[in-house]
Design a protein around this ligand. Structure first.
Ligand SMILES: Cc1cc2nc3c(=O)[nH]c(=O)nc-3n(C[C@H](O)[C@H](O)[C@H](O)COP(=O)(O)O)c2cc1C
Length: 465
């Protein structure tokens, strides 16, 4: 183990003393007196090896989950002191940053006493920054909670500012951020605040509250009260439980999703019933597992998944171009329902219904086969190429045939007969077809299918490595 500098030893001892004092409710000086009295009684003053051997050091079993609480400058900051207590009751290791404005509402001393160690307030703190402490604060946490998240903090965070300790840490962290906004109802409904919030949610932040009720200002009510500490603590526990191991860290994953639209003329098109829910869920699950994800999406009514680069396309030909631009990737998952044909004689102008004339005949031309094109590449072929087979009959037989015919590694076969409700629905029943055989999975939500598929992909990459 590296030896400690005098300064680090000094800091460590001070920290341990403050922790003991906070736990016992006595002053640091009283704690020092107690320790000295015990040492004299024990004979440790003579530094006897037998006495030293009697001092037992608890060995930590598993590391508690770590939460970094950022307290912003709002009236609700007083509730965050109770939140510290609630988080600690749940066995979490809590660290705390107070913004400069927050120190007008609660003191670093009271927050520090509850946390059990010093709280952090200053980006340019020479004692803490000698080893770039703000980056450590950002990294050494499993979740960041901003409570109260003031209108100002939301704006700074949405804009990527980093001009104080709280915002620098929020920008430098990879951990999930939970926002507990608190502000006057008019500040909350202001378009700027809602715009900032939408941006932060799209960037992957989670939200708890705000609730409706009385404001601190007399006679004001509305939406803007910070969620209660117990609600925030519940949201914290939920988010910590949802964390996924970064099994796809440093992997690039390409996912296609949704239908394609093949124009008949500028206003009409051929489409299919794919909603994109399964493909988007896979992209989201891959991003949660730490992958760098590119989603090539046909026209869908779904928001872009947070933390995923989404490229929007309309036709099969556009989808193929976007897929080829995304290469090289480690894994390519083709969940989009690409139209097999496009209209060769699509009108440049809207086709007119002319009385007495026959209805036009659409000439169909085969679209490029995106899955086979990528699976059969000799250069830049992804290590794992996975296709989807949407079938209405002979599901596994057709999927096996597709596996061989397209040259891909796995096929996810699903029964999309109308009675299954798979197309557009929230559940999916799939069979995973690989060179080793067919695995029938039970009916699950599309998110569960996505999570399970990502776990299988991670296993396969790890085994092949
Ligand atoms: C008495 C008082 C109460 C305030 N309460 C809030 C509040 O609840 N929410 C909010 O967004 N801003 C509130 N503000 C304004 C913020 O303190 C101000 O925008 C500050 O710059 C926010 O700093 P921060 O980014 O460190 O949170 C309040 C200001 C005062 C003087």
């Amino acid at each position: 183990m590296a030896s400690l500098t005098v300064r680090q030893l000094d800091e460590g001892l001070k920290k341990a003393l403050r922790l003991r004092a906070a736990r016992s409710g006595r002053s640091v000086e009283d704690e020092v007196r107690t320790i000295l009295r015990a040492a004299v009684a024990d004979g440790l003053g003579a530094a006897s090896p037998t006495a030293a051997a009697r001092v037992t050091v608890p060995v930590p079993t598993s590391r508690p989950d770590r939460v970094l609480l950022v307290i912003g400058g709002g009236i609700a900051a007083y509730k965050s002191l109770d939140l510290i207590r609630r988080l600690k009751e749940r066995g979490l290791a809590v660290r705390c940053i107070l913004t400069r404005a927050a120190t007008h509402f609660v003191t670093p001393l009271s927050a520090g006493a509850l946390v059990g160690e010093r709280v952090f307030t200053d980006l340019f703190d020479p004692e803490h920054e000698f080893d770039v402490g703000h980056i450590r604060l950002a990294r050494e946490t499993d979740l960041v909670v901003v409570a109260p998240a003031t209108a100002d903090l939301l704006a700074k965070l949405a804009g990527g500012h980093a001009d104080d300790l709280a915002t620098a840490v929020l920008l430098a962290t990879d951990a999930k951020i939970l926002l507990a906004p608190a502000m006057n109802p008019r500040m909350w409904t202001h378009k700027a605040t809602q715009r900032n919030l939408a941006q932060l949610l799209a960037d992957g932040a989670a939200l708890v509250g705000p609730n409706e009720g009385e404001m601190a200002e007399t006679g004001e009510r509305g939406v803007g009260r910070m969620a209660e500490p117990l609600e925030i603590a519940d949201a914290v526990m939920r988010l910590l439980a949802e964390r996924v191991a970064p099994v796809l860290a440093n992997r690039r994953v390409l996912v296609t999703s949704g239908p394609t639209h093949e124009p008949i003329d500028p206003v009409r098109y051929i489409a299919n019933r794919s909603s994109g829910k399964q493909g988007h869920a896979i992209a989201q699950a891959a991003a949660r597992a730490g992958a760098d994800v590119i989603l090539v999406s046909g026209p869908v009514n779904l928001p872009d998944p947070p933390g995923v680069r989404t490229v929007h396309v309309e036709t099969a030909q556009e989808m193929l171009r976007a897929v080829e631009r995304a290469l090289p990737v480690d894994v390519a998952i083709f969940a989009a329902a690409v139209a097999d044909w496009r209209v060769e004689n699509a009108g440049r102008q809207k086709m007119k219904k002319v009385p007495g004339l026959e209805a036009p005949t659409l000439a169909l031309k085969e679209n490029p086969d995106i899955l086979a094109t990528v699976a059969r590449r000799t250069a830049q072929r992804p290590r794992l190429v996975i296709g989807f087979a949407a079938e209405t009959e002979n599901i596994t037989a057709n999927a096996r045939a597709k596996l061989a015919q397209k040259g891909c590694d796995w096929i996810v076969a699903n029964d999309v007969s109308p009675q299954t409700g798979v197309m557009g629905g929230d559940r999916n029943t799939i069979s995973l077809v690989t060179a080793d055989g067919v695995e029938a999975w039970p009916s699950q939500s599309k998110e569960e299918v996505a999570a399970k598929l990502i776990a299988r992909i991670a296993d396969s990459l790890a085994t092949a490595a």
